[in-house]
Design a protein around this ligand. Structure first.
Ligand code: S3P
Length: 175
């Protein structure tokens, strides 16, 4: 791996977007969000893409986007929560940079997604049991796709971001 990108993966609501924004502030890196890029390109919300084109089509959009992004450098890439599910994506991400798995307990995730309606997979499923089951199913994929994990429960965005930068060997260039 010769790229210096930082790639954030993990379940919905673990804080990928907030941490990505903070990492951008703390470094000279650029930031991209795969969900936001897909929404912009398709000119459709994630929910509409799921309904009108289907989840598989969305997953293929994610893979196509990753293939493009892997040629970039100095990027923080905040991935949709399902990005690690395809083994192909996991391989591309590992080639593209350091992959960080952000972990949180189902209770923490529920608190963070409770008032949000943009995630089709959680519609009608906002409870600890559903989130815990899906998290258990997905965890081996997140683990296999990542270089290391960081726990986010009961921690500030700043402290999580500083830990990531330390572990990837980057120094902070802004206060
Ligand atoms: C998904 C997570 C979402 C978004 C889509 C599917 C998933 O991204 O890509 O709703 O399968 O976990 P966030 O993790 O940013 O919510």
């Amino acid at each position: 791996m010769n790229k210096n990108n930082i790639i954030l993966i993990g379940f919905m609501g673990v804080g990928k977007s907030a941490i990505s924004r903070r990492l951008k502030k703390l470094t000279d890196m650029k930031e991209v969000d795969t969900d936001a890029m897909i929404v912009e390109r398709e000119n459709m919300s994630i929910s509409d893409i799921f309904v009108q084109k289907g989840e598989e089509a969305f997953r293929t959009m994610e893979t196509d986007l990753l293939r493009e992004l892997k040629h970039e450098k100095n990027l923080i890439i905040s991935c949709g929560g399902g990005m690690a599910l395809r083994d192909e994506n996991a391989a591309i991400m590992k080639e593209a940079g350091t992959v960080v798995w952000l972990k949180a307990r189902p209770e923490t995730i529920l608190k963070r997604v409770k008032h949000d309606d943009k995630r089709p997979l959680l519609r009608g499923n906002k409870n600890v049991e559903f989130i815990g089951d899906l998290l258990n199913q997905r965890s081996p994929k997140y683990e296999a796709a990542s270089h290391f994990y960081v726990n986010t429960d009961n921690r500030s965005i700043q402290s999580i971001s500083e830990e990531i930068l330390k572990r990837v060997g980057r120094t902070l260039n802004k206060a």
